[in-house]
Structure formats: C-alpha cells, structure tokens
Design a protein around this ligand. Structure first.
Ligand SMILES: [Cu+2]
Length: 494
C-alpha cells in the first residue's frame, strides 16, 4: 500500500510509515471540498493562487487531499504570486500545514475549529516540502511538494526572519506561544490501584462486552504541575479488564468528540489484526467495535496504536487485561493494579506549569517524569494500598512505558511468587527484583509478614527522584523474631 510513496519518502519515513501506518480500514469518508482551486496555468505576472486542502486517510496513510481527491498534490506557484492555503480537518483530528523553508506556518486546526488559512507571497523558486508538523503526521504521510517556478525576485527576503522586504514574512504572523500556567481545571487521572475486577472463578467461557472511551484531558501530574493526558476512560492506566481463556470479547472503542487526536487500541492478548490496532482507529466522535477470542492465559498490556505510538502511550494510553486460566487463579487476600510509565515534558521535572509533551526528549528516551498510575504521588498520597500482617498481596504490575523497562522491587519484602512476564504457566519463587519489559507485565505475590511501609520502586533508583514511588501500608503485630529494629536485648518498639 506504500508503493506510490516510495520515491518521495526517505527510507526512514517509509520505515516509520510501515511501523505506524493506519490501516486502510480507517479510510474515512472525506468530503470533497467545495471551493475550487483558482490556480492559473503559467502566468509570469504575479497572481493570486488559492489552494483548498482537506486532511484525511487514504490507503492507510494520513494525507492532505485536494478538491479532486488527490492525496498530497503538488502545489504550484510562480515567483511573485500570493498564495493562500486553506486547510480543514476532514477526519476531525488536529493538524497544521507548514512550509518551513519559506517560513510558512498555519495555525492548528481540528474538527471543531473549521478551516484555517495561511497567506504568503512567494519570492524564490524551488521545490519545498509542505507538511503537518504534529508529531508523527509527516512520517505517516502528511507531506507534499510546493513547486515554485521563475527567478528570484529582486526583493527576495533575507534568509531568516526577514520581516520587511516583500518576502513571505510580510504576510505571515506566527501565533503567539501559549502561556504556560498550571491548568486550574486539571483533574486527577490516577487510576485507583484497588480498581481490580472480581476474580473469574470456575466458569465456562462466555461473551463479554466492553466499551472504552478515549479522552484527552488536563490532569494533575504533580503538585502544581499539570499535563494534557490522553487516556482510556479518563484514567492512567486505563481500566483493568478481566476474563478467562476461551472468552470472546466484543470491545467498542469510542473516541470522545472533544478529542484532537485519532486513537485506537492494540491489546497484547489479541491474535491478529495488529492486536486490534488495525481496525480500531477512531477519529473524534467516532466509535468502532471488534471481537476477539482469548486464546492464551496471562496478564497482557494494551495501548493506543496511533502515530506517534510512543507519544500516545507516554501521554497515558495504556492498561492491562488479565486472562485467567480455566478454573481461575488461586485466591489471595488483596489484589492491586499498578502500571509504570515514562513521561517527556518541555520543562524540567518539578516545574510548576502546564507541561507540554516533548517528542524530541521522547525519541531520545530522556524522561522528565516516571510515574506509577499516571502521576507523581498516585500511590503514596492519593491512593493508599493496605494489607494486614498475614495477608497475601497480589500485584498486577505492568509497564506502559513507552520506552523504559522496570526493575520492579518492593523495599523490605521478597516476592514469594512471580509470574514472570505475565505468564501464568511458570511460577518463580523467592525473587527480590523482577524485570518487566516495556509493553510487558508481571504478577507478584507477597505474604506480608511484618507491619510497616513497603515501598514500590523501580530499582533503577534515580527514577524514584523523578516520581516513581508507591507504598503498601501493612498493619498488625510485629513479630520480633522476623525483624527487630531495636538495639540488641530488650525489644524497643518502633
Ligand atoms: Cu491514542
């Protein structure tokens, strides 16, 4: 499906497109724009040229579409022309259009903003790339050529920021950078670790129906710091799903009307269809339904699979589904749901502001924040995990990532059992630290033998300083033969 682009795209772009392509199934109905292009043929005299473009999905690629339905058309002009590009969002997601070589940059637009226009005067000949600057969109297809014929005009602009001599910059007014105060409307997005569905027990396979909504919202990342999260059901991680092997699941994914992005879901428990990512790409206000049978037991991560996939994951779009074996899992006293993620922000960790996502830091894998359940303090301040001495605690633990593995450890305890990599078929015993890959999971069980605060960490401990700490409070009587915090001799209680 990419053959027609191979000549125009760099190998890297092709690789990105292959990795991240939105399937043809998404190919949304794009409506042909009504306004007609008035580009005139070949007048050396300066002319006004108007191009009307609409964004959409064609053959599994995000593209600009002209009034004839052509994806990423070559736009032509002559030196001296004044060009107006009028662009609107066909599928509702947020985009822009830019020709950086000519210092042309439109405002962002989406399904709610209506079309946006950018006007500029052309002063130099050449072939220039136009594309959408939203992260990932150029890589998956939103790029074309703006071709200018003629000779450079005498009043060609200075190379940089020329704002006075008849160049492009005369007509282009950059939009002001938004003020970056923490968002007072931000809400908690931290998933409650106790939000674990009831055990399946011993029952026959059945059909289960789930509905999830993807929602973009301002959430609290830390004290005085907010962030625009992208979520499943407004929480990070998204809801934990629980089923048994042999169940068939009918899953409807709806994307909130207020969204600016397309979203989707890829569940690692699904066989075929890119885990569901192939058939769940939903634009704002849309929904899609897939069904799948659970062929393998285990604890599986799910995540959004829309470009840039790691950005969607980092911004909060991950969760887990537990597929119990026939007959269910052994009963324990407490079950909790915890996931780890790494987050990349424009400003340093701890800055009191509304943080914007930083895709450059993401691609370099340099996180500013590491979080359990979406935010700093989720599992220490907002939600309390508790147990009593003698109880067995089971943690369903996963790494959304997108990039960093976890050396998962609980300070002061030993995992009596580890279901490594979320596999229910092989149990390890007596483990201190267990490795959980990005996009992977584990189940650990601990009998809590002694009271106190047990800290959940990634034993790459620098990450604790970037937000990655949780706690289980254990109450009950201290058995001094297990641990005695006092000096030798008479037991000082502590
Ligand atoms: Cu998404």
């Amino acid at each position: 499906m990419f053959h027609s682009f191979k000549n125009k795209m760099s190998p890297l772009a092709i690789a990105a497109a292959l990795c991240f392509a939105i399937p043809a199934a998404m190919a949304a109905s794009h409506v042909a724009p009504k306004t007609k292009s008035s580009a005139s043929a070949a007048a050396p005299a300066a002319a006004a040229r108007n191009y009307v473009l609409e964004t959409g999905i064609v053959d599994g690629k995000m593209v600009f579409i002209d009034e004839k339905g052509r994806p990423n058309p070559v736009l032509r002009a002559n030196v001296g022309d004044t060009v107006e590009l009028k662009v609107k969002s066909g599928e509702g997601a947020e985009h822009d259009i830019a020709i950086p070589d000519l210092k042309v940059q439109s405002k962002k637009f989406d399904g709610t903003t209506g079309p946006t226009s950018v006007r500029f005067k052309v002063t130099q000949p050449g072939k220039f790339a136009y594309y959408c600057t939203i992260a990932g969109h150029r890589q998956i297809g939103m790029e074309g050529v703006f071709e200018v014929t003629g000779t450079a005009s005498a009043s060609a602009p200075k190379p940089a920021n020329g704002n006075g001599n008849g160049g492009v910059a005369d007509l282009y007014t950059p939009s002001a950078a938004p003020a970056a105060a923490a968002d007072p409307q931000a809400v908690s997005i931290s998933q409650n670790p106790a939000a674990v569905p009831a055990p399946i027990g011993n029952r026959a396979p059945q059909l289960l129906k789930y509905r999830m909504e993807t929602v973009e919202l301002a959430g609290k990342l830390d004290d005085g710091t907010t962030f625009t999260y992208w979520t499943f059901d407004k929480k990070v991680p998204g809801p934990m799903l629980r089923a048994r092997v042999g169940d068939t699941i009918e899953l409807t994914l709806a994307n909130a009307r207020s969204s600016k992005q397309i979203h989707s879901i890829d569940l690692h428990s699904v066989t075929g269809g890119h885990g569901g990512g192939e058939h769940t790409q939903v634009g704002p206000g849309q929904e899609k339904t897939i069904t799948f049978k659970l062929l393998n037991a285990g604890l599986y991560v799910y995540h959004c699979a829309t470009p840039l996939v790691p950005q969607h994951i980092s911004a909060g779009m991950y969760g887990m589904i537990l597929v119990e074996p026939e007959g269910g899992m052994p009963k324990v006293d407490k079950e909790y749901y915890v996931m780890q993620g790494d987050l990349y922000t424009k400003h340093a960790h701890g800055t009191k502001t509304h943080q914007e996502f930083d895709t450059a830091k993401m691609s370099n894998e340099m996180p500013d924040y590491y979080v359990f359940n979406g935010a700093v303090g989720s599992l220490t301040k907002e939600h309390k995990m508790t147990a009593k001495v003698g109880e067995t605690v089971r943690l369903f633990f996963g790494v959304g990532g997108p990039n960093k593995i976890s050396s998962f450890h609980v300070i002061g305890e030993i995992f009596d059992k580890v279901y490594s990599e979320g596999s229910l078929t092989a149990i390890k015993k007596d483990v201190q630290t267990t490795l959980v890959p990005a996009g992977g999971a584990t189940i650990v069980e601990m009998k809590m033998d002694y009271p106190g605060q047990y800290l959940l960490v990634d034993h790459a401990l620098s990450r604790a300083g970037k937000g990655l700490v949780g706690a289980i409070s254990v109450s009950g009587d201290a058995d001094k033969s297990i641990y005695n915090g006092g000096a030798k001799g008479a037991g000082s209680t502590h």
